[in-house]
Design a protein around this ligand. Structure first.
Ligand code: PMP
Length: 385
């Protein structure tokens, strides 16, 4: 019998991940339901073949070509033009955020987030020995007060939370997972203002700014008129905006996430990344996929429309469904949400048990998949308990 043990803090922990079940309709991990076309697959395959031909060599450590292509994409998507030195990428935005906590978190340097939110945040913190603290989002899942027309409302609470915790890093998802909520710009500005001088003190005892990470994994699905936090980068050197090719781009299998920030943040991440963390094959495939951007993202508008219809339909069934700026919808409440989840699964539809008690989350699928979800839910709701 061996007595090896993981370090304290890991004992009893389960690996993170939603159940991977082989069912006809998978609407549980917010993927894009549309696979790449044959032309896109051929383009990626040719690029990967080219990279494979040089695979005896390590890849480019700083991947300037890919960072330039990502900067070009952001300029088109959000109108914010940044130099490639302000872009960083890794194997999924999960790894980007891990790099951020490796560089800016650590013992005695708390990470603050606002719950309910993405359940990986505490895991990045755990894995970097960073204390993790949370405040609650309000009833409308923003950081402010739901019942007020006054945009000043809620800002007081944000400021107090930040000053109380003196976090080194603040992570907010906008649009948020699992609620779908995009944060209004005035709240993001309030958070950025509160973060100034509210981080831990440096070696000379001077208070530093907390780093504010806005996780825009679902950014491309935001509704018209909802701005991206990228627009705030100009005035806020302590802001990081993370993005991913896993969602709107339909490239979850590629594992490519990235961020935009000031060059000093990028330089800090370059210190903690493993050498050659982004394989030559990943770099080649991502570049090729970015070259097919328009085709890969052609479905984003229809996914948005499908999402809005789904919200309306769920409400017409007497359920609460939250407005969403992402490619999923949080709905409920159910007395026994596990039973509803199981009924849907028995009908071949896999969704996710996540979020506030009684609620479930469904990703937006193709029209056929959504129709199967609706039919299965209708059967569940009409069947006697
Ligand atoms: N942020 C949020 C809010 C997410 O929901 C996800 C994926 N579920 C990610 C980040 C990570 O995405 P990836 O690592 O695939 O880029």
């Amino acid at each position: 019998m061996s007595t090896i043990r993981p370090r304290p803090g890991l004992e009893g922990c389960e690996p993170y991940g939603a159940p991977e079940l082989e069912v006809p309709v998978r609407l549980n991990v917010n993927e894009n339901p549309y696979p790449p076309s044959e032309a896109v697959v051929a383009g990626i395959a040719a690029a990967v073949a080219g990279a494979a031909a040089g695979a005896n060599r390590y890849p480019d450590r700083d991947f300037p070509a890919l960072r330039t292509a990502l900067a070009d994409y952001l300029a088109v998507e959000s109108g914010v033009r940044l130099p490639p030195e302000r872009i960083w990428a890794a194997n999924g935005s999960n790894e980007v955020m891990l790099h951020i906590l490796q560089a800016f978190g650590g013992p005695g340097r708390p990470c603050l987030s606002f719950a309910p939110t993405y359940s990986m945040y505490p895991e990045y913190a755990r894995d970097t020995l960073t204390p993790f603290v949370t405040e609650r989002r309000s009833d409308d899942f923003t950081l402010g007060s739901p019942d007020s027309d006054d945009p000043g409302q809620g800002i007081q609470g944000i400021t107090e939370a930040v000053r109380a915790h003196r976090p080194a890093v603040i992570i907010v998802a906008s649009p948020n997972n699992p609620t779908g909520t995009a944060l209004p710009t005035h709240q993001l500005r309030a958070l950025l203002d509160a973060a100034r001088g509210s981080g831990p003190v440096d070696l000379e005892g001077r208070p530093c700014d907390a780093l504010v990470v806005v996780d825009e994994a679902y950014g491309e699905f935001r509704r018209p008129g909802v701005p991206s936090a990228l627009e705030l980068l100009e005035d806020n050197p302590h802001l990081v905006v993370t993005r991913t090719m896993s969602k709107a781009f339909g490239m979850a299998g590629l594992r490519l996430g990235y961020m935009a920030a000031g060059t000093s943040v990028v330089e800090a991440l370059r210190v903690v990344r493993l050498p050659y963390h982004l394989s030559a094959l990943t770099q080649a495939a991502a570049l090729a996929a970015l070259g097919h951007r328009e085709e890969l993202m052609a479905q984003v508008a229809s996914l948005r429309a499908e999402r809005d219809e789904l919200v309306t339909w769920l409400r017409s069934r007497g359920l609460t469904a939250h407005d969403s700026d992402a490619n999923f919808v949080l709905f409920g409440p159910f007395a026994d949400r596990d039973a509803v989840w199981r009924d849907l699964l028995d009908d071949g539809v896999l969704i996710r048990v996540v979020g506030p008690p009684g609620y479930l989350r469904v990703s937006v699928g193709t029209p056929e998949e959504t129709a199967r979800f609706r039919a299965a839910l209708t059967r569940t709701l009409s069947s006697p308990e």
